[in-house]
Ligand binder design. Structure first.
Ligand code: NAD
Ligand code: GLY
Length: 363
């Protein structure tokens, strides 16, 4: 049996359905909602289309007009060029204000598809149909965006979906590297909420194969709960929502350093969390066994040693473009203890000092 939970954002309340084969359980209900729209516009990527489009086709078969837009794989799809092309297809296909968009894929497709939905004719409804581990985070909460070459997610909106249909049965086809990248956001949800969740993750997942043999659904559901609680308090990141950005000031800057190609999102966020944990230890006396944590990450296959060619100057320039940076002041999300967070300004010299130590000594 799957699970139904509700996201209470200020602008909208909507359901999240999560479970193995949940599609079969609630597919009919969503299908009847979809049948009331003039056209259904599906945004997906090449991998997901190759692996899972047949299932979607079979599900959507009773509907009159279904149009597909298939993007390139990966972060490239969150570019201006792809965004423009999706819009062109939507206009040429005659989508109107009574049309609906389905974002069927990982976080990239959710962010791109959601941003298309938010801006097409000033907004049409959309559904999130996440297919990656990472998307337990990205499909919930309504942040939708594309990238600018100078920074991650700099062009975007807060725009909530009608519903999220998360069939975790689709995760079995994810390559190991993508599993690991998505698991990083689950680690984040544990670090920002609950020592016990972190401990259970650490004991359950010891090596990469465990991602496939130990069902992630219950943990993903807990991750969604952590996010839902924060989004309910602060949909548009006036305050506590920034906690969800733990590890992201550094992580997003690193992603930009790599041209959004060198590191997957979660891989960069792991470095960002190690950076923030070290800073939390130095500035807030966080009691945390960083060495053990890093050893666990290494066992799971994460890179934890920053490559020598990454320079502080470039990273810092990118951090200045972070959305939390205001009046040229970089903000870090730090931990006083697991689940107890603080948002604090960070000087260039304080950031550089942590960076140099991390490069010399590892995390
Ligand atoms: P992704 O969407 O690129 O998916 C990762 C890869 O897995 C892609 O190559 C995709 O084709 C493939 N894939 C997807 N589903 C598959 C499946 N079931 N089987 C096999 N392959 C599959 O990336 P992602 O890691 O899901 O998401 C990363 C993006 O999410 C980043 O752009 C990040 O900024 C964004 N994000 C957004 C939020 C938010 O709140 N909006 C939160 C976290 C991350
Ligand atoms: N991933 C950060 C947020 O949703 O706010």
């Amino acid at each position: 049996m799957g699970e139904e939970k509700w996201i209470h954002a200020a602008s909208k309340t909507y359901p999240v359905y999560i479970g193995q084969n949940i599609w079969q359980e609630v597919g009919q209900t969503i299908l009847s909602a979809l049948s009331s729209y003039s056209k259904v516009f599906v945004v997906t990527d090449q991998h997901v289309a190759a692996l899972h489009k047949e299932k979607l086709d079979a599900w959507l078969a009773p509907l009159d007009e279904v149009i597909y837009y298939i993007t390139p794989n990966g972060e490239e799809a969150k570019s201006f060029a792809v965004y423009e092309d999706v819009m062109t297809r939507a206009i040429e296909s005659g989508l109107d204000r009574k049309s609906v968009l389905l974002a069927f894929g990982g976080g990239v497709i959710g962010d791109l598809g959601g941003f298309v939905a938010a801006t097409y004719m000033r907004g049409i409804p959309f559904y999130q149909l996440p297919t990656t581990v990472l998307a337990h985070d990205s499909a919930v909460g309504g942040k939708v965006a594309i990238n600018h070459p100078l920074g991650k997610n700099l062009i975007g909106q807060f725009y909530q979906p009608e519903a999220v249909l998360y069939d975790t049965g689709l995760l079995g086809t994810l390559p190991e590297r993508e599993m690991r990248s998505g698991f990083a956001e689950l680690i984040k949800h544990a670090l920002i909420s609950d020592q016990q969740l972190l401990d259970t993750l650490i004991t359950t997942y010891r090596k990469p194969e465990d991602f496939y043999t130990h069902d992630l659904t219950a943990f993903l559901s807990q991750g969604i709960d952590v996010k839902a609680q924060i989004v309910a308090q602060d949909e548009t990141e006036q305050g506590v929502r920034a906690y969800l950005n733990f590890g992201h000031t550094f992580g997003h800057a690193l992603e930009a350093c790599g041209g959004f190609k060198r590191w997957l999102h979660g891989e960069a966020i792991i470095f960002g969390m190690l950076f923030a944990l070290r800073m939390s230890g130095e500035q807030l006396n966080l009691a945390f066994d960083l060495a053990n944590f890093e050893a666990w990450l290494t066992d799971l296959g994460y890179e934890t040693v920053l490559p020598q060619d990454v320079t502080f100057e470039k990273l810092y320039q990118n951090m200045l473009h972070d959305k939390k940076t205001t009046y040229q002041e970089v903000k870090m999300v730090l931990l006083r203890e697991i689940g107890d967070l603080v948002i604090t300004p960070a000087s260039e010299s304080a950031l550089e000092s942590i960076f140099q130590k991390m490069k010399r000594e590892g995390a």
